[in-house]
Ligand binder design. Structure first.
Ligand code: FES
Length: 92
């Protein structure tokens, strides 16, 4: 756990270049995606399993909990971050 919490409410999230929703202060991007019925796989919700790995195409995210999974430069764990302003993501 990083020891800080930052909320960037109402940031636009673009999914696969065609779906748009507003992040609205949910705990994580994963929670927000579920809230808006965006299909996303997950298991542990704690940064351990890597199943919520997505590609961050544009924008930045803020970590809300530690990721214990190796990630490429453009990958994030949806359960471990929140948007830092508008973002575009790619979900398989
Ligand atoms: S759900 Fe396991 S790392 Fe995100």
């Amino acid at each position: 756990m990083l020891g800080y919490w930052v909320c960037m409410g109402n940031a636009k999230v673009i999914v696969n270049e065609h779906t748009v929703f507003d992040y609205d202060d949910e705990f994580s991007l994963l929670d927000s995606m579920e809230q808006h019925q965006v299909p996303v796989t997950y298991s542990c919700r704690g940064g351990y399993c890597g199943s919520c790995k997505i590609k961050l195409k544009r924008g930045n995210v803020i970590a809300v909990q530690d990721s214990l999974v190796p990630l490429q430069a453009n990958e994030v764990l949806a359960c471990c971050c929140v948007p830092d302003g508008p973002i575009s993501i790619e979900v398989d």
